[in-house]
Design a binder for this molecule. Structure first.
Ligand code: FE2
Length: 320
């Protein structure tokens, strides 16, 4: 074996055992849509988020928690993902992530630096194997939490993003190996639920015909807030596409709605908390008594499935 071969093996080993960073939280998701204005009005006026900044065709909205913004809605020619943002602890971790990503041959879309966007911070951007834009950031601007456990039935934070993928195994391999996420549970070989902290999942992948955003879920402080949120929407004439109910994997409550752009948003609560030392990944059968623990939601309709499939999202908008 030559010296070179030893070096190459070390790099390969490194790639398998050493994630590029330790992701702390799912900060925010950016959505792109031709109906950005109406969608932003919905998330502000009806859904319960608050705009923190607006700039022409883009709106940033916050929940009641400490994150600067949890949703960005931007005008675009078709529905799609803008980006997914995760927090890391320090700018130095961002720099280290850049070094490791480059070492793994993952091209950076934005080198580490000050982020020229609402909330600022220090971060970098790269793409995953299906050309989704991922941002890692630290030192984002503070906002004062707004009584996040209070009486208002409004979201506290982002709970998770579910992504349709054409190759669930490749997606899981990238997010576990490169980003250090852990698979909390499987729903047969159809869905995989991934965590980066104690929340059962912040990302889930759904095997599908094309890559797209399946839905974005917002966390309510309790089941009571969750139900009153559904009630508030009902008074606005908006009824769930699916739910309310409680899922088996993650044990979280669910109620799915369509926003004015046709993108699916979910109220959830009670997301299972994972103890890293004792948690065992399980495979859940896709049967009604496990997908809908309360027996209140019934099977998902064709309509909700169509909304969750969305339209094919090739990514790459940042290159156009
Ligand atoms: Fe969900």
């Amino acid at each position: 074996m030559t010296e070179n071969a030893v070096t190459e093996n070390a790099v390969t080993e490194n790639a398998v055992t050493e994630p590029v960073a330790r992701l702390r939280t799912l900060r925010s998701v950016a959505l792109r849509t031709p109906d950005a204005k109406r969608a932003a009005e919905f998330y502000d006026g009806v859904w319960g988020l608050d705009p923190v900044e607006e700039d022409g065709d883009v709106t940033w909205l916050r929940g009641t928690g400490p994150e600067h913004h949890i949703l960005e809605v931007r005008e675009a020619d078709r529905n799609g993902l803008g980006k997914i943002a995760f927090s890391v602890a320090t700018p130095r971790e961002v720099d280290e992530a850049a070094r490791r990503l480059t070492g793994l041959g993952v091209p950076l879309v934005a080198e580490p630096g000050r982020l020229d966007q609402a909330g600022g911070g220090y971060g970098l951007r790269f793409t995953d194997p299906e050309n989704r834009l991922i941002e890692l950031s630290a030192d984002v601007e503070a906002v004062t939490p707004r009584d996040p456990g209070g009486q208002d039935a409004v979201p506290r934070k982002l709970a998770h993003v579910v992504l349709n993928t054409v190759d669930i195994d490749a997606a899981c391999a990238f997010y576990t190996t490169v980003l250090g996420m852990r698979i909390s549970d499987w729903s047969e070989h159809q869905m995989a639920f991934l965590r980066c902290n104690a929340d059962h999942h912040v990302i889930a992948f759904n095997q599908a015909e094309w890559a797209s955003v399946n839905h974005v879920a917002y966390e309510m402080p309790s089941v009571d807030h969750f139900m009153r949120g559904i009630g508030r929407l009902r008074h606005e004439g908006i009824t769930p596409l699916w739910g309310p109910g409680r899922h088996g994997p993650g044990n979280n409550t669910f109620s799915y709605f369509a926003d004015p752009a046709g993108l699916v948003c979910e109220y959830t609560s009670d997301v299972a908390q994972v103890d890293e030392d004792t948690w065992l990944c399980r495979v859940w059968r896709r049967v009604p008594e496990l997908s809908d623990l309360w027996g209140t939601a019934g099977p998902p309709s064709k309509d909700v499935r169509r909304h969750m499939a969305g339209v094919p999202d090739p990514g790459g908008w940042w290159e156009r």
